[in-house]
Design a protein around this ligand. Structure first.
Ligand code: PLP
Length: 374
């Protein structure tokens, strides 16, 4: 079986983990947590990093830091993981959706303005499959309507965005907007086994994020709590893994971009296959290699996924839109709302084995199998 995500632990992972055990520093008080926060924030190009236990809690922590509360609205794409909606719901806020632009599957920024109301507080820009959202437009809208911008860059660690602002610069994903959240789950570019981080240039937001991940302990009197927080702390062992992985990120990005090129040249002869586009303003990290079947090709993703599985190739379907999630509809959300591009991406999209340990030979086998099936 060629698995969807296999990686190797080839750097200092073992050494740093051993250090945790040998020094006895295993909890969130250990020195790797601070080190990971500083190094990751510096890699992204922002001042503060606040490590948490996963990406879902990072999103919630970031929304709390921005002051999101019950009744507020947060604009996000329908095409994303349910974590984005859950993070809102946990704070009593309401997710409000937009559809995607078909070339990148990131949110269609031209639909945002029409969804802004007097309750809108935040635009949540979610980078998809390694490719950033068209951020300049998001930032312009945020300025015009006095909104905050939270980016979810769980899938775009190390990716870059060319901003037309301030003379035009390549910026790392996660460094634009007011605050950003990411995940270090095992399949992410940087993993800590499980983990997440909130990054920001804003000192107040970083302070609020730190409070939220640690039960909002009192400043003056420790056991006097002014707000409700949670225990979202990251352990020293997770951070040790994170530091070791971060040391290798340039190599990881090279591998992912090389893999994408290899897949694309191999698959470009198959007329039923459509590729996602890398926009001129983006340097994608191709977190996963995603393809879509053309609607007229007589086969949908579900069927192809099953046929590939029978041939020993593990793939994954695209996100099913938030607007069609039973758990959310049951709460009275998204009634009669339609997001046709999201629905179509779900129907025709899948991603191929994309782990860091994937070999050229394995990619060759995937390409050959796809050719024979299509
Ligand atoms: C993986 C992912 C998350 C959730 O991260 P967890 O660590 O699994 O909670 C959030 N947003 C996006 C876009 C993701 O891909």
């Amino acid at each position: 079986m060629i698995r969807i995500n296999e990686f190797s632990l080839a750097g200092n992972e073992g050494k740093y983990l051993k250090e945790c055990v040998e020094t006895g520093w295993i909890s969130s008080e250990g020195p790797f947590v601070r080190k990971f926060e500083e190094r990751f924030a510096s890699f992204v190009g922002v001042r503060y990093g606040v490590a948490v236990c996963n990406g879902t809690s990072a999103l919630e922590t970031a929304l709390f830091a921005l002051g999101v509360k019950a009744g507020d609205e947060v604009i996000m794409p329908s095409f994303t993981i349910i974590s984005c909606a859950i993070a809102c719901l946990r704070l009593g806020a309401k997710p409000v959706l937009v559809d995607i632009e078909p070339e990148t599957c990131t949110m269609d920024v031209d639909q945002i303005e029409g969804r802004i109301t007097s309750k809108t507080k935040v635009i949540m820009a979610v980078d998809i499959y390694g490719h950033p959202v068209n951020m300049d437009k998001v930032l312009d809208l945020a300025k015009k309507y006095n909104l905050k911008v939270l980016t979810d860059f769980a899938e775009s660690q190390g990716a870059q965005y060319h901003s037309g602002k301030n003379g035009g610069h390549w910026l790392r994903c996660g460094s634009m907007g007011d605050i950003a959240a990411t995940s270090f789950y095992a399949n992410k570019i940087i993993t800590a086994g499980e983990g997440g981080m909130v990054v920001t240039n804003n000192e107040k937001y970083s302070r609020r994020a730190k409070a939220y991940r640690n039960l909002c302990f009192g400043q003056e009197e420790r056991f006097n709590h002014l707000e409700v927080g949670y225990n979202f702390r990251m352990t020293n062992m997770q951070a040790a893994l994170g530091v070791a992985r971060l040391e290798q990120i340039e190599k990881f990005i090279r591998i992912k971009r090389g893999m994408a090129q290899y897949y694309k040249s191999g698959l470009s002869g198959i007329k039923q296959v459509r590729f996602l586009t890398e926009k001129p303003y983006a340097r994608s990290v191709y977190w996963v290699y995603a393809i879509q079947l053309k609607p007229g090709s007589g086969i949908c993703a579900k069927e192809l996924i099953e046929r590939l599985r029978k041939r020993g190739i593990e793939t994954r379907p695209f996100f099913k839109g938030l607007h069609s999630q039973p758990a959310l509809i049951k709460r009275g959300l998204f009634k009669r709302e339609k997001y046709p591009r999201t629905a179509s991406a779900y129907k025709y999209g899948l991603y191929l084995p994309s782990g860091l340990a994937l070999t050229k030979g394995q990619i060759g086998k995937v390409v050959k199998t796809l050719k024979s099936l299509l």
